[in-house]
Design a protein around this ligand. Sequence first.
Ligand SMILES: *Cc1c(COP(=O)(O)O)cnc(C)c1O
Length: 424
Amino acid sequence: MTVRLDGGQVVADAYPTAATNLRCRESGTEYELEARYVCDVSFGPLEVAYDTDEIAARVSRERIAEGPQNIWRYRDFLPCAPEDPTVGLPTGLTPLVYAPRLAYELGLGEVWVKNDTANPTHSFKDRVVSVAIQKAKELGFETVACASTGNLANSVAAHAAARGLESYVFVPADLEPQKIIATGVYGTNLMAVDGNYDDVNRLCMQIADERDWAFVNVNLRPYYSEGSKTLAYEVAEQLGWELPDRCVVPIASGSLYTKLHRGFRDLIETGLVETEVPTLDGAQAEGCGPVAEAFAHGRDFVAPVRPQTIAKSLAIGNPADGAYALDTASATGGSITAVTDEEIVRGIELLARTTGIFTETAGGVTTAVLTKLAERGEIDASERVVIYITGDGLKTLDAVADQVRPNAIDPTLESFESFAATAV
Ligand SMILES: *Cc1c(COP(=O)(O)O)cnc(C)c1O
């Protein structure tokens, strides 16, 4: 073990990464691997660049199979990792669940559910936070922070606790109570902001300029977003190093959706798989669907909206990677579709009743979009489809509370029998 404690903080040596620089997506300007997210020249977003020959020389199916039982098994593709992979909260290797009853109900051939509710804080955010917190440690930060629609706050508070970092998490004050409680319990500084997510994000950008803090989705965003690629690698490995034909993926800022695309391309470019990139379909709520709206009108830019939906974890009105999400849809032959709050609730119920998996509203969006694509006849019966379920239903109980009606009886056999006689 190379883990040490220093003043209560967990310190671990860094794994040697193949990342070389930060690079601007617009101007190509390069920067050191520091806490920076925007280009001084073009104001475009920065991304991690790698020595791809080095990655190709290192990776193999065998090396991955022998790796740790968490996301660090894919560390050769990541911008940072601890030398000792047991450091922190183990994240990833969540189940890929075969869903024949869901497929049957929708008239589809082969459907799988990537159940990312099985992460330490019950959402996919643990993947991006693991990577960002590791980078924060490597850069010597003592305080981590985030602007969050809920799940990110949950995850930052927990991972900071595990590694002994101070944390500040900023959320809209009207968040689901389950998410507020499940965040505050970790001993974080929980800031409930009187505003929506876009207000919270603007505030955090201002604070990031003033304080020497690692904001996981602001100044560490280039590293943070790389964690999403593990959802591509994992599904490929779980399918025996084959790729699905199609994936349905929720979109908030568009980071997960665009990085899945990157992750699938990494696998092809390094020869780990031989097939083509899957068709990637994006899923949004109608009450906050700026990317779906741009897609429907064939625009190459995203016009901000004011969110009004029960899918609060996806309620980003001004998505940072919205335009790149449109590129991913067109490059993979996919679509971006929005669904109503009512369809979201029916999506949650459909998934629960056919697979036994209870998702939060974001997964209701994804399942409802799958339903819509199936009804429109856009999915061929020969296709292998994966839907990404990114958060747990226990986090948004209010969304389905009205749907559940227990049958009240007395504690007597007669009472039960008279209920059973009237039940169909
Ligand atoms: C954050 C989040 C997403 C996707 O977010 P992006 O900003 O698009 O990467 C999807 N589902 C849930 C439950 C989330 O919390």
